[in-house]
Design a protein around this ligand. Structure first.
Ligand SMILES: *Cc1c(COP(=O)(O)O)cnc(C)c1O
Length: 438
C-alpha cells in the first residue's frame, strides 16, 4: 500500500474526502456537522487514546460509539485477532466460534434460546422486525420517540408532537407504504401506549424499544414502564423486541433484560458483542426463532454473517470482562465519580449542566432545566455544546460530535486518564467563556 498518511492536516483531509465521499464520511455524525470545526482523521488508537493525522492525542469518549468497552486495541483481543487472521478471515461455513459466542449470549439472556449472527445492529433489528411480521402476519410496528434502531426503512420514522403520529418518515426515500405502518409514541407515557394498543393492537406485529434510550440524549426508563410495555405487547399477541445493541454486555452481563427483569420475545445485539468489528445478532425464544430459514419461512442470510474475526473479537471481549472481578460495578463507580467531578467543573464556572448516567454511559445536557425526554432537550444546550466541543477537541478530549450523543467509558479510562480529562475539560470551559467574551 502506498503511504496514505502523507497528508497531515485535517482540513486538507476532509477536502480530499469530500471529493469522493458524501460529506467525506462513511456515517453522518462523523462529519461534525452539528459541532464547530472539521472532523479529526484518525491514524491509530490505543487504550483510551485516539490519535489523528496532525499528530494530536485525544482522550476518547466516543469509543467507536459503543463497542469498545475494553478500550482501543486491547492486547489479548488484538493477539487473538491476529491469530485468527492467519487462519483465514471468512469461510462461508459454520465455525465453533459462533457456537461459543451464541452460548455466551444465551447464558446471560435467559429469555433467549437461539441466536442468529448478522453484520450490524441495523441488520439485526431489520431482521427481527421481519421475523415478528412473519410470525404474527401483522404489519404495524410501534416505536418510541427518539429511539434509534438503525436505519432500516420501517424504523426511520419519528413522532410529531402530542399524540401518536403515524407514518412521518425522518428520511427521504422511505416509502409511504412502509412509514404508514410505523407508529411512534412519546417515551415514558404508558397511557398513550395503552390507548394505541386498544385501538390498533390487532395490527401490531412488534413493539420495539431501546434497552435504555441512548441515541438522542440518555433516558433510562422506569422498571414498571418497561415491564408494562412487555406485558401489554405479549398479552396483545405482539412481539416485544428489546433493542440491546448498546445495552447488551454494556450495562451489565445481562444487559437491560436483566436490569429491568424483562423476558423479551426477541432481543437485538451489536456493538460490544463484536468488540470493535462489524457485527449484529438477534435472538429469542425457540418458538419464534424457529421461523427463520432454514427451519422456517422467514428468509434472512449473509455472506459475512458470523465472520470469524468479528466473532473472535466478541469472544475476546466477553472473556476479558469475565476475567476482571466486578468489571461492571467498577466501571459504573468510575463513571459516576467522573460525572460528579464534571458537574463540579461546570458549577465552578456557573455553566448550566444536567447529567444522566447509567453503568458506563453518561450524557451532558448544557441547560438549566432537567431533560427527561428527547423533546425537552433545549436549543441552547445544542448550541452551547457545539462551541464547547470545539474547545474540548483543541484541549484533547474527543467528545461525541453531537449534543444528543452519549459518552462512553471503557476499562481503559484509568484514574490518571480521568484526572487528565478533568484538567483538560476545565481548560476547555475556561477557553469557552474567554472566547464568548471576545
Ligand atoms: C447503534 C444502534 C443500532 C444500529 O447498529 P449499527 O451497527 O450502527 O447498524 C441499532 N440500535 C441501537 C439501540 C443502536 O444504538
Amino acid at each position: 500500500m502506498k503511504e496514505i498518511h502523507s497528508i497531515r492536516s485535517n482540513d486538507i483531509a476532509i477536502k480530499r474526502a469530500e471529493k469522493v465521499m458524501p460529506g467525506g464520511v462513511s456515517s453522518p455524525v462523523r462529519a461534525f456537522r452539528s459541532v464547530k470545526g472539521n472532523p479529526a482523521f484518525i491514524v491509530k488508537a490505543e487504550g483510551a487514546n485516539i490519535y489523528d493525522i496532525e499528530g494530536r492525542e485525544y482522550i476518547d469518549y466516543v469509543m467507536s460509539f459503543g463497542p469498545l468497552i475494553l478500550g482501543h486495541a486491547h492486547p489479548s483481543l488484538t493477539l487473538q485477532l491476529i491469530r485468527q487472521a492467519i487462519r483465514g478471515t471468512s469461510y462461508g461455513a459454520p465455525t465453533l466460534y459462533e457456537v461459543e459466542l451464541a452460548e455466551r449470549i444465551i447464558e446471560s439472556h435467559p429469555a433467549t434460546d437461539w441466536v442468529r449472527f448478522v453484520n450490524s445492529g441495523t441488520e439485526a433489528v431489520m431482521s427481527a422486525i421481519r421475523l415478528a411480521r412473519g410470525i404474527t402476519k401483522r404489519d404495524r410496528i410501534v416505536k418510541f420517540d427518539g429511539c434509534y434502531h438503525g436505519h432500516a426503512d420501517s424504523l426511520l420514522v419519528k413522532a410529531g408532537s402530542g399524540l401518536a403520529t403515524f407514518g412521518i418518515a425522518s428520511s427521504a426515500g422511505v416509502p409511504h407504504q412502509v412509514a404508514k405502518d410505523t407508529s411512534v409514541l412519546p417515551l415514558g407515557d404508558l397511557e398513550q401506549f395503552k390507548q394505541l394498543m386498544d385501538e390498533k393492537g390487532e395490527e401490531v406485529a412488534a413493539v420495539i424499544i431501546e434497552g435504555v434510550p441512548a441515541n438522542m440524549g440518555l433516558f433510562p426508563q422506569e422498571k414498571r414502564y418497561m415491564q408494562e410495555l412487555e406485558r401489554i405487547s405479549q398479552e396483545n399477541g405482539s412481539l416485544f423486541i428489546l433493542d440491546e445493541v448498546i445495552t447488551g454486555f454494556r450495562i451489565g452481563n445481562g444487559g437491560a433484560s436483566q436490569y429491568y427483569e424483562l423476558s423479551p420475545d426477541l432481543v437485538t445485539f451489536g456493538k460490544v458483542i463484536g468488540g470493535g468489528l462489524p457485527i449484529g445478532a438477534y435472538g429469542g425464544k425457540k418458538e419464534y426463532m424457529g421461523h427463520i430459514a432454514p427451519l422456517g419461512n422467514v428468509y434472512q442470510a449473509g455472506t459475512l454473517s458470523g465472520n470469524p474475526l468479528a466473532i473472535t473479537a466478541g469472544i475476546a471481549t466477553l472473556e476479558a470482562i469475565e476475567q476482571e472481578p466486578n468489571f461492571y460495578a467498577k466501571l459504573q463507580k468510575q463513571t459516576n465519580e467522573l460525572v460528579e467531578r464534571i458537574e463540579e467543573v461546570f458549577q465552578k464556572y456557573s455553566f448550566p449542566l444536567q447529567t444522566k448516567s447509567i453503568a458506563s454511559l453518561f450524557w451532558l445536557a448544557l441547560q438549566t432545566v432537567p431533560a427527561n425526554k428527547p423533546s425537552e432537550i433545549k436549543r441552547v444546550a445544542v448550541e452551547s455544546y457545539s462551541h464547547l466541543h470545539f474547545e474540548m477537541m483543541k484541549e484533547g478530549i474527543y467528545a461525541p460530535p453531537s449534543a444528543y450523543e452519549v459518552w462512553f467509558m471503557s476499562a481503559a479510562h484509568t484514574e490518571d486518564i480521568r484526572e487528565l480529562t478533568l484538567q483538560k475539560l476545565e481548560q476547555a470551559v475556561e477557553n469557552y467563556f474567554a472566547r464568548k467574551k471576545r
